[in-house]
Design a binder for this molecule. Structure first.
Ligand SMILES: Cc1ncc(COP(=O)(O)O)c(C=O)c1O
Length: 383
């Protein structure tokens, strides 16, 4: 079976993790601090605060805004459900905006109609690694006093307007889950240029402690910490950070290889009439964290039947990005029309793409998809 994604991990990561274990300091410590500095620098941010996942990072950055019932945060429904869930954790309500069909991202045109007097933030997602036009969203929102935050879960190594995604972000949250390019098993990071937010995020991820456990240890003597507010345990371990530091060194090579493979897909798939695929937006470059294709308009088969037919041929493709509002967890949650979200979520699929994917295997994916689509073999209308 050709998998949809495979992390690129080698003996260097294993050695780094073993070294962390041998050091005796396995919880958040010096390797986390080093990973934070290195990651923030790589994405052009002033500071990084490592956390246990992107989801906990999103919770923390929304927590900074002091949200509660009655407050609204605009998010795309077209995202992994964690984006909307993080808003729910704060007591605020996610308000779903539609997305652009080419990028899968929020735009000023999709966001403007859902802004209200209760909107406290917009959480833009760089979906599947495709950079959102954050400057345009900020131009819409900031004059209204609404901050634009970034869910950059998928976007390490993507660029916008010549700068890495993350550069200049108010607050951005990143994921190091193995479906992403850079992985620490589980893990995440919040980046920002603001030193005060950084200090607060560091406290909040560690139970609200005024002096971190690592700093108390380093100080040697009896340092008594205080708990200034109710915080969380959202820490990353030094074992994960050790792996992350090695992975960060591979990131540029991963992006280059994915872009090379994506270009091969685009060329090979251009023979299928009407098929569309993810590509760079006007002013940016994607890391192709997800290579999704959109079935031709009028194609008679269902997307799920295409997935099943590919699985029969040994190819593990996946449904495209989900529409959160269609999941049972959001049944009854009010929302306006989301036609592009529903089209993309219902008619797209993600093809295998990973660093070690061979051109032979990629050709097998292209041949299988082409056969399935050209034969119309799965024109069952709804399986
Ligand atoms: C857009 C987006 N946000 C958030 C998440 C959650 O990331 P994590 O698994 O690190 O919590 C994901 C993961 O797939 C994602 O794609």
């Amino acid at each position: 079976m050709i998998p949809v994604m495979r992390p690129w991990l080698g003996p260097e990561e294993a050695a780094a993790a073993a070294e962390a274990v041998a050091s005796g300091w396995v919880a958040q410590g010096p390797r986390v601090a080093a990973f934070e500095r290195a990651f923030a620098q790589h994405v052009g941010a002033g500071h990084g605060v490592a956390v246990s996942s992107c989801t906990t990072g999103l919770h923390l950055l929304l927590h900074l805004l002091d949200l509660g019932p009655g407050d609204e945060v605009v998010v795309p429904s077209f995202s992994f459900i964690a984006t909307a869930n993080a808003v729910r954790y704060t007591g605020a309500s996610p308000v779903f905006a539609d997305v652009c069909e080419q990028t899968g991202n929020l735009t000023p045109d999709t966001v403007a109609p859902v802004l209200t007097a209760r909107t406290r933030a917009v959480l833009a997602v760089h979906q599947g690694g495709v950079p959102a036009d954050v400057p345009a969203l900020r131009a819409l929102c900031e004059p209204r006093g609404i901050p634009v935050l970034e869910d950059a879960a998928c976007a390490a190594g993507s660029t916008y307007a010549g700068r890495p995604v993350g550069a200049g972000a108010l607050l951005a949250a990143w994921s190091f889950h193995p479906r992403k390019l850079l992985t620490t098993g589980e893990g995440g990071m919040v980046t920002t240029d603001d030193p005060e937010w950084t200090a607060l995020l560091r406290r909040l991820r560690e139970h609200g402690m005024t002096v971190s456990a690592a700093d108390r240890h380093a100080a040697g003597g009896a340092v008594i910490e205080e708990y200034a507010e109710v915080g969380f345990n959202y820490r990353m371990t030094d074992i994960q950070a050790a792996v992350g530091l090695v992975q960060l060194g591979r990131l540029d090579a991963m992006v280059a290889r994915r872009r090379e493979l994506a270009a091969r897909y685009q060329l090979a798939l251009s023979k299928v009439d009407g098929l569309r695929w993810v590509q760079d937006p006007e002013r940016g470059t994607t890391n192709y964290q997800s290579f999704w294709v959109l079935l031709p308009d009028g194609y008679p088969g269902s997307r799920n039947a295409v997935l099943a037919a590919l699985a029969d041929r040994g190819i593990s493709a996946r449904r495209g990005i989900m529409a959160s509002h269609l999941e049972p967890a959001y049944r009854g949650h009010p929302h306006g029309p989301l036609p592009v979200t529903e089209k993309l979520a219902g008619r797209s699929l993600i093809l295998p793409l990973y660093h070690q994917l061979t051109e032979e295997d990629q050709d097998a994916v292209v041949d299988a998809l082409t056969d399935v689509l050209l034969a119309g073999a799965v024109g069952d209308g709804g399986r």
